[in-house]
Design a protein around this ligand. Structure first.
Ligand SMILES: Cc1cc2nc3c(=O)[nH]c(=O)nc-3n(C[C@H](O)[C@H](O)[C@H](O)COP(=O)(O)OP(=O)(O)OC[C@H]3O[C@@H](n4cnc5c(N)ncnc54)[C@H](O)[C@@H]3O)c2cc1C
Length: 374
């Protein structure tokens, strides 16, 4: 066998899995990536990702989120790259809606440092936000902004330093069982290992057709706006935010370049059958809806974005990732459903433990690949 574990796909989770396996668990690792290492077609591209522990999705994620936060720090402390801006994250919405109840339950049940602001306090503390009526704000003080491209590069550096062999520009074309392990065919040769972890993001169902019936590939569009006064949007004074108005879910990120503010509209962009179909440039007319919402809710930002970029992620019907063994010697982590970057190092630790047969630190049954039947 060439390795203990082959990691297929060196994006968000794959880079972290290679790091955890090689450096922390001392495994012999081969990582294989279809594009250049750190390319811009992965689910992690686009400059920033929100990290939050006041969790709209469910408070049950919080223990894993806290572990992920520690692991981000561990990754950052070992290198020369800034991976996290501790800006906090502000959730804004009516106190009665389910996402806000989940945010409150997350911070209250798990002792997360936070502040609850009524509408008047919101307006005076964060005047950047407009059209506040009866909403509340929950400021998650452990939240912040991750730098995903740097994080992927740093994890790959750490994996390589710990002895991992990382192969770029080598799409994996086949995975088959052999005695005692698995054989992985790539555009740059064949490798064998005792185990394979597939972390291929939006491409996962190409390698595991059994995922196709429940994994959906969705484009997500990021838009950046030029504020009148960029200093009001620096990470020190402007927390990342999510504003939930029922039919509009706006997210925003403080200005990490000191010039533009990223704000976007989650879940408004349909789905595609194949990653190759992704349209990476949109006409200005396609961005007018998101521009209008951004300008209404953050009036200092203009109604037209200065730039945009189009990315994609794999979604499951319940928006929980799919993590577990799918065939002998083969485990998968996919379907991160638009909120998985922050959890990538925790998912990577789970994947490493699956591959090495080590006990898990969390209940991973909620991510079981067979929960949709079939
Ligand atoms: C625009 C956008 C905004 C988001 N915002 C947030 C946020 O604020 N907070 C948050 O927590 N999450 C967020 N997410 C979600 C998060 O970024 C994704 O869930 C996560 O990056 C997906 O990671 P992944 O490892 O599954 O896929 P990827 O990072 O895409 O990695 C998959 C890798 O596998 C490679 N690959 C695919 N097929 C093969 C093959 N056959 N052979 C070899 N290599 C292969 C790909 O090239 C790629 O490098 C966002 C996602 C998007 C798209």
């Amino acid at each position: 066998m060439d390795a203990d574990v082959i990691v297929v796909g060196l994006g968000s989770v794959g880079a972290m899995t290679s790091w955890r396996l090689a450096e922390i668990h001392g495994a012999r690792v081969v990582g294989v990536e279809r594009h250049a290492l750190g390319h811009d077609a992965g689910g992690y591209a686009g400059e920033s990702r929100l990290f939050r522990t006041g969790y709209h999705e469910s408070p049950e994620y919080v223990p894993m989120l806290l572990q992920a936060r520690d692991l981000w720090q561990e990754l950052e402390q070992g290198g020369q790259r800034t991976l996290f801006h501790p800006s906090g994250v502000l959730s804004i919405g009516a106190a009665t809606i389910a996402p806000m109840r989940n945010v409150l339950a997350s911070v209250q049940q798990h002792g997360i440092p936070h502040e609850v602001l009524d509408a008047a306090e919101l307006k005076s503390r964060f005047p950047q936000h407009g059209s506040i009526t009866d909403e509340i704000g929950v400021l998650d003080r452990l939240g912040g902004v991750l730098r995903p491209e740097s994080a992927v590069q740093e994890a790959l550096r750490r994996a390589r330093r710990a002895g991992a062999e990382l192969i770029d520009n080598a799409p994996v074309t086949g995975i088959e069982a052999v005695p005692g392990g698995v054989r992985v065919s790539t555009a740059r040769g064949v490798r064998t290992a005792k185990h394979v972890v597939i972390t291929a993001g939006a491409w996962a169902a190409q390698l595991l057709p059994e995922l196709r019936e429940f994994i959906d590939i969705r484009p997500l569009v990021l838009t950046w706006f030029a504020p009148e006064n960029p200093k009001q949007y620096a990470p020190e004074v402007f927390p990342g935010f999510i504003r939930d108005l029922g039919d509009v879910h706006l997210f925003g990120v403080p200005s990490v370049d000191g010039a533009l503010v990223k704000a976007g509209w989650a879940d408004a962009w349909g789905s595609i059958d194949d990653p190759a179909e992704l349209t990476r440039f949109l006409e200005p007319s396609a961005l007018s809806g998101v521009g209008r919402e951004v300008h209404t809710l953050v009036p200092d930002l203009p109604a037209h974005p200065s730039r945009h970029s189009v990315h994609m992620d794999s979604y499951t019907p319940d928006r929980r990732a799919v993590i577990g063994a799918v065939r002998p010697g083969v485990a998968v982590v996919a379907g991160l459903s638009g909120h998985g970057f922050k959890l990538a190092p925790a998912f990577a630790e789970i994947a490493a433990r699956l591959a090495l047969g080590l006990p898990q630190q969390h209940d991973i049954s909620l991510f079981a690949p067979d929960r949709f039947g079939g």
